[in-house]
Design a protein around this ligand. Structure first.
Ligand code: AVI
Length: 320
């Protein structure tokens, strides 16, 4: 039977992903991209992480949003178009939308169509007065914006959760440049940025006592086994997260517990006992460090809100 174009696209994407995974595991320092964390189970585990007090990021960002929502809404102003990078079903998005009832449109952008449409439908049901215009796109590349019924006064790019930290410094600059482009003239960026702090708080956040982060990290191998023809033995790997103070980032690894082999597709890989696979970087910024990153992409930080302990920041950056 001839393949439909959707089937063909799915097959092509699958083989691109297998090559990408094989290339990562062929390097001297093995790695697997964190983009493979988020299958159904991975997304559920990440939601569970966000509820852990040790993972202070989500609860603190929400607290900052709630405490400063009037001022944030005032800066965004009336009839703006809110463009969320990521599909935005979170509580933070809801807190924001509750206070922006006169938005021109809410535009969630995500590469996963299924996830995006579900989130957009939920937001549409909760906020019937707001025009919701989902866009399926890889937001690391420039994309076209839809035209809302009401002409927006300005675009506000919203990027919560400190996901910016998961990008290398160069990739973060590229992404901020795309945000600058999508924000357009008079536009701005509202972004959640995790801050540098004492090592023990950071290490605890990524090595929680209930082992949810360990399970989240190991699930990447379970997904590779299921979707990418891989043969990892999960009990032969262990989760490790460290804070690299010089680089200002959390590094998450899966360490091999023994000398072993595993296949991905038709390639076999050898793992020596103690050898690590890097699965994620999570950069933590100083206020000055983030202001420099913003400036390099054409933004000036206009407002910074933080919690009392200065664990996390929400920053409003205007286009210059
Ligand atoms: C999605 N991202 C901001 C999380 C982080 O903190 O870097 C992913 C995560 N990894 C382990 N715990 C949470």
């Amino acid at each position: 039977m001839p393949q439909s174009s959707l089937q063909r696209r799915q097959t092509e994407n699958l083989s691109d992903d297998i090559y990408d995974i094989q290339a990562g595991l062929s390097r001297r320092h093995k790695s697997i991209s964190p983009k493979y964390f988020y299958d159904h189970t991975g997304s559920r585990l990440f939601d569970a992480i966000c509820e852990l007090p040790e993972y202070y990021l989500t609860l603190t960002e929400l607290e900052i949003m709630r405490a400063n929502i009037q001022e944030i809404a005032f800066l965004i102003g009336q009839q703006a178009s809110l463009i969320e990078f990521g599909s935005g079903s979170s509580l933070k998005t809801k807190v924001l939308l509750e206070h922006l009832q006169d938005l021109a449109a809410y535009v969630p952008v995500d590469i996963s169509q299924e996830h995006l449409l579900l989130a957009a439908e939920r937001i549409g049901a909760d906020f019937p007065a707001i025009e919701v215009l989902p866009v399926v796109a890889d937001f690391t590349q420039p994309f076209s914006l839809p035209t809302p019924k009401t002409m927006p006064v300005k675009n506000i790019v919203y990027f919560p959760g400190s996901t910016i930290g998961n990008f290398s410094k160069d990739a973060a600059n590229d992404l901020m440049t795309v945000m600058h482009h999508e924000a357009g003239e008079n536009g701005a960026l509202l972004i959640g940025v995790d801050l540098q702090k004492d090592k023990s708080t950071l290490v605890r956040a990524y090595n929680d006592s209930r082992g949810v982060t360990a399970e989240f990290n190991l699930n990447i191998l379970r997904r590779l086994n299921r979707e990418f023809d891989a043969t990892f033995e999960l009990e032969q790997f262990s989760h490790r997260a460290i804070y690299n103070e010089d680089a200002g980032r959390i590094e998450m690894y899966l360490d091999s517990r023994s000398d072993q082999k595993a296949c991905v597709g038709d390639e076999q890989f050898f793992f020596a006992k103690g050898e690590s696979i890097l699965t994620e970087l999570s950069h933590k910024y100083t206020l000055d460090g983030f202001a420099d990153l913003a400036l390099a992409a054409g933004f000036r930080v206009e407002n910074v809100w933080m919690d009392r302990k200065r664990l996390f920041s929400v920053q409003y950056c205007v286009r210059i």
